[in-house]
Design a protein around this ligand. Structure first.
Ligand SMILES: Cc1cc2nc3c(=O)[nH]c(=O)nc-3n(C[C@H](O)[C@H](O)[C@H](O)COP(=O)(O)OP(=O)(O)OC[C@H]3O[C@@H](n4cnc5c(N)ncnc54)[C@H](O)[C@@H]3O)c2cc1C
Length: 486
């Protein structure tokens, strides 16, 4: 069978490889001149900046792609397990080194609040139960039948999926610092911990199960290894061309058209592009007349936007860990402004990435390479980023100078940033959201955009906007769902 994959994010690449392994003839088409989507790499003046994903969990999902073709992943990529997974920094400047070392974890929890050690242990046990159901059992199976969803409801309710992750964590742990820290995982996949279904508490356990890894040479090196593999197994890759139209005869897919007018015939299109944008823009305005589908599309809520500031420094900040998460004082209000009020708030929380802490090849000798990510409203906010971006950059530099890196501003030797406009215009994502559809219970599994289109025969989705959702393990699992469907 002849299959076309649109988009080269982790989900698209994994789908292309899985279909190839099934014997399809596969063509992958990517709008940009380089592969990776959110995991693209920006190389500038001796600094290597991974554009997006930096925290590698469940590495076996990446290794599997090489193993499909009996190749040894070690010949392509190298994972390095991290000792300290995240350093959390609180407003009073106290720090917590979060890791897989349970003795160290409990020692630090005890110093903050002795009574919460037991609660933490119980929380971990509970998240294992969620993980067994939500990840092991359900993350790579299709959710296109309402009956199948109904069958899952009793066990999901037993796992308290009606609670938010923050409220689940708070039922085990009393201290506010610990509550924030142990419930932050939805932010990694575009959700607000105060509203995201507690099913996403499974990420806490997923990290413990396989650890947190860094890919030597950066996450971009995984994309490079996968591109090499695609070339070896003869997947045709077309770069720098956008698919502008998906052609259908009635409800059957018959081909795609590129921005230069070239047409490809196929009855099998796998979209790694954002599902709502695909349905709205690539079918010449022919939308479905299914009431249920249109209602679902209309009521969908999207993840937050991201302001990502990439910078290189002329000195090395040895005090800064590989991954740092700083919580602002008004953490909840900040998230409320981002997700609900769709406005900026100066009391920001941020995530800081310093790959050169683990891998000196990412920056010139004696220097450091960073990105700092600030969650912001998506483009439903109508914020004019040509006006706000510089202000946000200065705000986050001020915060980092105060929190972690004295004199940072004068040590920055090169920089650039991405705003929700990049995600909307360059990556074709609705409202420029960082992670597509928000991970709420009413937008998960059957309620998300289906992996096998609800509307067209021969149209399939992989990636963040479909089941199971965003994050590298999520989008790699979506390709496993496809594997089962086809
Ligand atoms: C800043 C940032 C940090 C993150 N950190 C982490 C992390 O540490 N760990 C983690 O697990 N996850 C992380 N994530 C989430 C993770 O990166 C994403 O969920 C995942 O990479 C998305 O993959 P995807 O398969 O959905 O495709 P995407 O990466 O979204 O790629 C889609 C591709 O489709 C292409 N495309 C779109 N439309 C067309 C078209 N019409 N024609 C041709 N091509 C098209 C786009 O150009 C793009 O290349 C992060 C995300 C961001 C943005």
């Amino acid at each position: 069978m002849n299959s076309i994959v649109i988009g080269s994010g982790f989900g698209g690449i994994a789908a292309a490889l899985r279909l190839k392994a099934k014997g399809h003839s596969v063509t992958l088409i990517e709008k940009h001149p380089d592969l990776g989507g959110r995991a693209r790499v920006f190389k500038r003046n001796g600094f290597t900046y991974d554009g997006g994903p930096t925290v590698i969990t469940a590495p076996y999902l990446i290794n599997e792609l090489f193993e499909l073709f009996k190749k040894d992943p070690k010949n392509y990529i190298q994972f390095c397990p991290l000792k300290i997974w995240y350093q959390f920094v609180f407003e009073d400047n106290s720090k917590f080194n979060y890791s897989g070392n349970e003795t160290e974890m409990k020692k630090q929890i005890e110093e903050i609040n002795k009574d919460d050690v037991k609660g933490y242990e119980k929380l971990v046990t509970f998240t294992k139960k969620i993980f067994d159901k939500g990840f092991t059992e359900l993350s790579d199976v299709p959710f296109d039948k309402p009956f199948f969803m109904m069958q899952q409801l009793p066990s999901l309710l037993k796992l308290k999926s009606y609670k938010s992750v923050y409220s689940l964590v708070s039922s085990f742990v009393k201290n506010e610092k610990l509550r924030r820290m142990l419930s932050m995982h939805p932010l990694l996949v575009g959700g607000n911990p105060f509203t995201t279904t507690s099913i996403y508490g499974l990420i806490l356990y997923l990290e413990k199960k396989w650890g947190i890894h860094y890919s030597m040479g950066g996450t971009g090196n995984i994309i490079k290894g996968l591109e090499q593999l695609m070339n070896e197994v003869e997947i045709k890759i077309i770069k720098g061309r956008e698919v502008t139209k998906i052609i259908s005869k009635g409800s059957k897919i018959s081909g795609v058209q590129l921005d230069n007018g070239t047409k490809f015939e196929t009855n099998n299109v796998i979209c790694n592009a954002d599902p709502p944008a695909v349905y709205e823009k690539m079918f010449n305005g022919n939308t479905s007349n299914s009431f249920m589908f249109n209602w679902k599309k209309k009521r969908m809520e999207y993840s937050m936007g991201l302001f990502v500031y990439y910078f290189g420094t002329k000195i090395s900040y040895e005090n800064v860990e590989h991954h740092t998460i700083k919580f602002g004082n008004k953490y909840k209000e900040h998230l409320d402004d981002i997700f609900n009020n769709k406005k900026l708030n100066n009391d920001i929380s941020y995530y800081l990435h310093r790959p050169s802490a683990t891998d000196k090849s990412m920056a010139p000798i004696g220097q450091d390479c960073f990105y700092v990510l600030v969650p912001v409203p998506n483009n439903q906010s109508k914020i004019d980023w040509s006006d706000e971006a510089e202000k946000m950059k200065n705000l986050v530099i001020d915060k980092m100078e105060k929190d972690l890196m004295p004199n940072l501003r004068k040590n920055i030797v090169e920089d650039f940033y991405l705003t929700p406009d990049y995600f909307e215009k360059d990556l074709n994502t609705k409202f420029g959201s960082g992670f597509s559809v928000q991970p709420k219970f009413t937008q998960s599994a059957y309620f998300r955009f289906h992996n096998k289109s609800e509307i067209y025969d021969g149209l399939y989705f992989v990636g963040a906007g479909t089941h199971p959702g965003a994050g590298v393990p999520g989008v790699l699992s979506s390709a496993k769902v496809l594997d089962k469907i086809l």
